[in-house]
Ligand binder design. Sequence first.
Ligand SMILES: [Zn+2]
Length: 204
Amino acid sequence: MATKCPVCGSADIQAENVDESLPVPYGPAATFSTIQYTCNTCGESGDFTGENTAIINEALQESISVSASAILEQLSAEGISAAYFERAMRLPARTTARWKSGELSAAALALLRLVCTYPWVLEVSDADFESSVSKSKLLEAAAGVVASVFKEKVSTGQVDVSMSSSQVNIDVKLQLHGQDVVQVTTGTSEQFTYLGPVALLSTG
Ligand SMILES: [Zn+2]
């Protein structure tokens, strides 16, 4: 049966293939070609046959499946084995192997993406979400991010510490790439001076 316009019923329809892509976290973008119909009688356009949803879903599933394997491989390269992942998350053995072979639920995919982004949540889960462990792992991760931003933005630095019986003075001089010297001076609670852009600590 010929495709007809859903608005005016005309069979004077033209079809055009439209190449599109959708990003998939930690995987290749899903690329697909949808069919866009246009009615030459009334001008209505769209997916007259309703076939595009299936086309998009199939492409998304393919990219998601590749991304799940890529995430597990990346974790493995970071020293996080499938066995540890399963033990830390209290999952049955071989769960991740089943995910890899295609039995991947939406919840499993969400968990994989979270762990890939914040691998330290495995240690928090492994410690039964104990409050002090969750806080220290978060601080540790934040310190790592701050250190990497410093490494990226600061070319040289100098830290001077002087102590007396009543106070500790820490003077930090940082040379930012392509910028003037930023000086940060901290002292006791009575004496605190901060000179320099707060943006230094921003990851943006
Ligand atoms: Zn029409």
